[in-house]
Ligand binder design. Structure first.
Ligand SMILES: C[S@@+](CC[C@H](N)C(=O)[O-])C[C@H]1O[C@@H](n2cnc3c(N)ncnc32)[C@H](O)[C@@H]1O
Length: 262
């Protein structure tokens, strides 16, 4: 491979990454295909440093940096994968069963992590256009390397247009943010029909407990939220028609937020 070919490959890749921040999923898909990034790069995972410039545009908060800086070093990808569980964990199975019945045509999985639900949908033959967004560039590279539509971005500032997908699905993230307001309102903005949120710490009747702690020099959150406060906030949002809770085994609880037709 010549130096020119390598430079061409890098610039196409960087261009595609920057475009991914600001374009709709279908725009991104076209660009990724046209620039043949997936086919041409021998090892996208090794190219994650190219995200550095794009990442600055996201203005990562201290608690968001932990994922980028720890995954693949202090926490191996294998350990991370064991935290996430496979396609058979109860909440993933419950969401798939639900989606199969709903027949939605497109879904945003945010954060997509290792795209485990993408494989779950394939396994259960759920025909749905899958898009993922995650704040961790290593994970975005991982998904792209597998040929999945994954983009870099934050759940608090989703890089997509209003009402551009049927359903927006967030599993195991709201407890890791400093609070949930921005994330929920962003998901409602980009979804047309429904927002599905899986909590790994079941919201309950006790007051909010913002559980902030430090780990290896990073600040992290694992918050406990008051259920009535979540409901009050969701009910106050204009696009919300109604919502309901679904109990899953163990600690998880799913919130379904149904949206009014735009
Ligand atoms: C516990 S994992 C859950 C991943 C996936 N939803 C699943 O269930 O397999 C949390 C993920 O959130 C991502 N993340 C953390 N803060 C985020 C933010 N503000 N916006 C988008 N993704 C974020 C991390 O990179 C990580 O992939």
């Amino acid at each position: 491979m010549t130096v020119l070919q390598i430079l061409g490959m890098i610039s196409r890749f960087a261009f595609a990454m920057i475009c991914c921040l600001y374009m709709t999923p279908s725009d991104c898909q076209t660009i990724m295909k046209d620039s043949s990034v997936v086919e041409s790069s021998p090892d996208l995972y090794a190219d994650f440093r190219l995200f550095e410039q794009v990442k600055k545009l996201l203005h990562l908060k201290p608690y968001e940096l932990w994922w980028e800086n720890s995954l693949g070093s202090q926490v191996s990808m294998q350990t991370f994968s064991s935290w996430l569980g496979d396609i058979n964990v109860p909440s993933r199975v419950a969401v798939r069963k639900y989606l199969k019945a709903k027949k939605y045509s497109s879904i945003l999985d945010i954060p997509s992590g290792m795209c485990i639900d993408f494989f779950g949908f394939k396994h259960d033959n759920i025909e749905i256009d899958y898009y993922g967004v995650d704040i961790t560039s290593k994970l975005v590279c991982y998904g792209k390397k597998l040929g999945i539509n994954v983009f870099l971005g934050s759940i608090e500032k989703i890089p997509m247009h209003n009402s551009c997908l049927d359903v927006c699905y967030a599993r195991h993230i709201l407890e890791h943010l400093d609070y949930y307001h921005k994330a929920i309102s962003e998901m409602i903005r980009v979804a047309k029909k429904e927002v599905i949120i899986v909590f790994f710490i079941k919201p309950n009747n006790r007051p909010d407990h913002i559980n902030y702690y430090e780990k290896n020099g990073y600040e992290l959150y694992e918050n406990y939220y008051n259920q009535q406060k979540i409901e009050k906030y969701v009910a106050s949002l204009a696009q919300v028609d109604y919502f309901e809770w679904e109990q899953v085994k163990w600690r998880e609880k799913i919130l379904h937020i149904y949206l009014t037709a735009a």
